[in-house]
Design a protein around this ligand. Sequence first.
Ligand SMILES: Nc1nc2c(ncn2[C@@H]2O[C@H](COP(=O)(O)OP(=O)(O)O)[C@@H](O)[C@H]2O)c(=O)[nH]1
Ligand SMILES: [Mg+2]
Length: 360
Amino acid sequence: MSVACGIVGLPNIGKTTLFNAATGSGAERANYAFSTVEPNVAEVDVPDGRLEVIHGFIETDKVVPARVRIVDIAGLAEGASRGEGIGNKFLGHIKETDALMHVVQCFEKGEVAREKPVDPRGDIEVLELELAMADLETVARNADRVAKKARTGDKEAIFQGEVFARAKALLEEGKQLRSEAWKLDELEALRPLFLLTTKPVLYVANVGDDGSQANAKVVAEHAASVVSASIAVCGDIECELNSMDDEDRAMFMEELGIAELALPRLLQATYEVLGLQTFFTAGEKEIKAWTISSGDTGPVAAGKIHSDFEKGYVRAEVYGVDDLVDHENEVAIRAAGKLRIEGRDYVLKEGDVCHFLVNR
Ligand SMILES: Nc1nc2c(ncn2[C@@H]2O[C@H](COP(=O)(O)OP(=O)(O)O)[C@@H](O)[C@H]2O)c(=O)[nH]1
Ligand SMILES: [Mg+2]
C-alpha cells in the first residue's frame, strides 16, 4: 500500500488547484503517470532522477517509481467537527491518510473575495482547532468505552484510559497531539483511533503570482515553531504549467524564474516529514524504487518486496547509485570492493541499491 497524503485547509484557498497541479488532473500530463482512483483521490509517481541514472547502466524491461496517494479533502470549514454541513463525512477521508498537507492561503487576490484580510496564522489556528475538536470527539467516545472495561480491572484498558484522558485534556485546550512527547506504548494506544492531530503535517504556503513572501514567511515560522516543515508553492501557476507541452513549459518556467515544478519538492518534503526514505532494486525485469521508514533494517526492507523475505532474509548485497556511476556495472563494483555484504542488523541508507539473498 502506498503512502497516503491528505490535502486539508480552509475553503477557497487553493486545495483543489494544488491537487490538480500535483496530479495533472484535468490536463494532458505526460511527465507524471497518475491514476484517478476517485475524483478527489489520485496516485502519483514519485519523480526520482536516480531511477533513470540506474537505467543508464542497467538494461531492464520496466522502470517502476514509488507512488504516493493524494486525497483532496473538501468540506473542512469552520464548524466541520460539529457536523455542520458536510464536514464529518470528509473527516472520515482524512483518517485513512498517513500525513497531512495543510494548504494555507498566502496569495492576496483570489477570485473568491475574503471577508477579512489574508491571515495565514489565524487560518492555521482555525483549521487546527477543527482538527482538534474532531479528535476530541473520537477520544471522548473511546474514553467512555475503555472506562467500562477499566472498572473490571483490565490492565490494558486502565492504561488506555490514562492515555486517552491526557489526550482529551490537551485537545480541550485546542492543542495538536503531534506536538506532545509521547512514549512508544502511549502512541500504540492512540494509534487505533486514527487521530488527525497525531499525523505529521507539511504546511504548504500557496503564494500566488503576487509573491506574497511576507505571508509565506509567517507560515514558515509557524512550521518551524511546531517542528514541522513548510514549502511555498504557487498553485495556480503550477496548474497552468501542467497544461502545457514540455517546450512551452520550459520557456514559461524560465520566464517566471521557476527552477523546478512543485510536485517533486512537495513529495520530497512529504517523505521528510514522514521520516521516509527510498531504496532501489535493479534487475533485468525491473528497476524499482521502494519506500521504507528511516532506520529500517535489511529484513524489513526485504519484507516490502515479499512478506516472506523478512523472515527468510540471509544477507543483502548493497551499493550506492554513485558506485554505479563510477564503475558502470555490478561486476566492476564488486571487483572494486564497493559491493557491501550486509546482515540482518544493517540499517539502510538513503538511495541504497539492494539485492536480497533469502532462504525460501
Ligand atoms: N491568485 C491566486 N488564486 C488562487 C491560487 N490558488 C487558487 N486560487 C483561486 O482560489 C479559488 C479557490 O481555489 P480552489 O483550489 O478551488 O480552492 P479549495 O476550495 O481550497 O479547493 C479559485 O478561484 C482559484 O482560482 C493562487 O495561487 N493564486
Ligand atoms: Mg476544493
